[in-house]
Design a protein around this ligand. Structure first.
Ligand SMILES: [Zn+2]
Length: 95
């Protein structure tokens, strides 16, 4: 795609990091090669700070820090919320 960018304007968007704060292989490549990066707001943490961490929580709201980067056809009740770094680190999904 980078080789095509001499002739085309290419726009990509998506999550920068997974629920562990690690780059996805695709996001790492895009960030390495991008000529311009613009942040789309990820909303706010429950405390009011900027939500910078894509957080995986289970059905009881517990912050999960283990598991596969991508879950497909997972039987458990899993959802994703945005937390600030402090509350992601502390594993606090609510006040
Ligand atoms: Zn917070």
């Amino acid at each position: 795609m980078a080789d095509m960018s001499d002739d085309l304007e290419i726009f990509c968007y998506g999550l920068k990091t997974d629920f562990l704060g690690q780059f996805f292989p695709g996001s790492a490549a895009l960030l390495r090669l991008a000529e311009d990066i613009q942040e789309v707001s990820g909303g706010l943490c429950w405390c009011g700070k900027k939500a910078t961490m894509n957080t995986r929580v289970d059905g009881k709201g517990r912050v999960l820090k283990q598991g596969a980067q991508v879950l497909i056809d997972n039987q458990e009740e899993i959802r994703y919320i945005g937390l600030c770094y402090q509350h992601w680190r502390e594993g606090k999904s609510h006040g």
